[in-house]
Design a protein around this ligand. Sequence first.
Ligand SMILES: [Ca+2]
Length: 194
Amino acid sequence: MRTAFPILIAMTAFPALGAYLDYDEVASGDLSSNPSLPSLLATSLGSNFITASVDRRDKDYFTLTIPAGCFLESIFLRQSDGSEATFLSLQAGSTFTEPAESADFRNLLGYASFFGSDVGRDLLPSLGSAAEAIGFKGPLGEQLYTFWVDQSSPAPTAYKLEFVIAEDVPGPGSLVTAIAATCLMIPWSRRAKR
Ligand SMILES: [Ca+2]
């Protein structure tokens, strides 16, 4: 236990001032096209970016790990240059279980389509309210989410997404408190230093 506080204080010494995850396919390689083995990417508090492209033959699958006690608060579309809609979907967990050719929307946590005109919009509410999908409201608190990005056009469509990770806890409760121990200890440690 004695080592926990220095580690937590070290983590909190650098609050969300910028992009902690900044994955760009140009520099880091194409994201996985295998739903059973998505690219595994760790996020941090604040803004996390993925810049990539898809086309009819190139689907993107990636899993985001959310820091313990934190929440996926928003998914802002920052770039989209395709002439057709790009499809975005997610499931909780470390793989995507639905086949692209015959996905059962009832097994998706959510899905949405976006165009260039949606740049600047938070896609999370649309994902959560998609017809037939499991759905959700508000921030997402699981530790792992796997995303599927798809496009029917043969021409590549570039997209950039900003995933905002927040430390806010939506409400009191022992389970939430236990899960959120890391983030809850941040204000405690700051108070202790004053
Ligand atoms: Ca790609």
